[in-house]
Design a protein around this ligand. Structure first.
Ligand code: ASP
Length: 347
């Protein structure tokens, strides 16, 4: 491959375990300077790929991620969009699924890969999973179809040899290398001896030459209420009828069931009648919400609760922030909420 058609990737480091290295002075883990990434991971120079890096300042543990970081990421990708074939975002694992979900809604007309990755062990540790995650993510960010388009023009998470759609995955294990799962949508690719892409599962833009448009407006007035045995009337009312919130994700049991006692259904009805957007998301990892199956689910449907189908909580949050950010009318948000916008629901 000549230098002229060499691929290029922008490596964006936001923080998290992956970019840490033991400081020989005191053995403490500290973030290393990403401008020296090729000397840390020399394997990267084996690709016919130009790699530039951008480091956020300050670097953060992803537990401190705020929507402002998503706005900065979206703006950075837009500003550098024409200069690179793909983007790899190094991010802490704790909130990676939230960030990948949010970005998937904020980036409109995406025709290039945006791959989130991280690791359970710092890249400077002997048994690190960070190197493999990083190297494969860069390879995926450079990959092209035979007609020269990006192989995976989506926001994804790559972890432990699996490429998952960003708004479908969730962190399911805090210690194993296999930290992320995508229970309701198959992996877009799997890295073994070769990287095998499931092209029929990947979304391709109708026109790869469309311009990227970003929506950075986010409205965060969303609460999440996890239904549980023993939840009190007072707490339920406090959350669902709080004048500060515009929407609430109701994390329900099984196929979308909640408490059938009149006080609970009355509060839900009152909240929905006041115009709030109520979205039913199951506490189960796999399967989907179907409020018509049981009387307890039917009561929620009749009270005005919308179905989240098989969406993850992370994705529901990003979708609500995004739709409420661009749409002042709650009725319009509701109609968009039940639509499949970025492959986040099977509908
Ligand atoms: N707490 C860290 C973070 O999410 C863990 C990690 O990087 O995996 O930033």
């Amino acid at each position: 491959m000549s230098l002229l058609n060499k691929s290029s990737v922008l490596l964006i480091y936001t923080g998290g375990t992956i970019g840490m290295k033991e400081d020989p002075r005191d053995q403490a883990l500290r973030p290393f300077d990403f401008s020296g990434i090729l000397s840390e991971v020399p394997e990267l120079s084996m690709f016919a790929c130009k790699i530039d890096s951008y480091t956020f300042d300050p670097l953060i543990d992803s537990s401190d991620v705020e929507p402002q970081l998503w706005q900065q990421l979206a703006e950075l990708i837009r500003d550098r969009y024409d200069d690179y074939d793909g983007f790899v975002i190094l991010h802490g694992t704790d909130t990676m699924a939230y960030s990948a979900s949010a970005l998937s809604f904020m980036l409109n007309g995406l025709a290039k890969p945006v791959i989130f990755t991280g690791s359970q062990l710092p890249i400077g540790r002997a048994r690190t999973d960070g190197k493999e995650n990083l190297i494969s993510s860069v390879e995926i960010a450079c990959a092209k179809t035979p007609d020269g388009q990006a192989m995976v023009p989506e926001v994804c998470v790559f972890f432990d040899s699996m490429l998952l759609r960003g708004n479908r995955c969730t962190k399911a294990n805090s210690t194993a290398f296999h930290a992320f799962v995508s229970p309701n949508y198959p992996a877009l690719a799997e890295a073994g001896i070769n990287i095998r892409y499931n092209q029929r599962l990947i979304h391709y833009p109708a026109n790869p030459d469309w311009d990227l448009r970003i929506d950075t407006a986010l409205d965060t007035r969303v609460a999440i209420l996890k239904v549980h045995p023993g939840i009190t009337e007072q707490i339920t009312r406090h959350v669902l009828c709080d004048p500060q919130i515009r929407a609430c994700i109701l994390e329900t049991y099984g196929s979308g069931n909640a408490i059938s006692r009149p006080w609970f259904v009355d509060i839900v009805r009152e909240s929905a009648a006041s115009g709030k957007i109520l979205l039913n998301v199951s506490q189960c990892l796999s399967g989907e919400v179907d409020m018509t199956l049981y009387a307890t689910g039917m009561a929620l449907k009749n009270a005005g609760v919308l179905s989240g189908y098989d969406i993850t909580t992370e994705s529901a949050l990003g979708k609500l922030f995004h739709l409420m950010g661009i749409e002042p009318d709650n009725e319009r948000v509701k109609s968009l909420l039940e639509k499949n916008l970025r492959g986040e629901i099977s509908k």
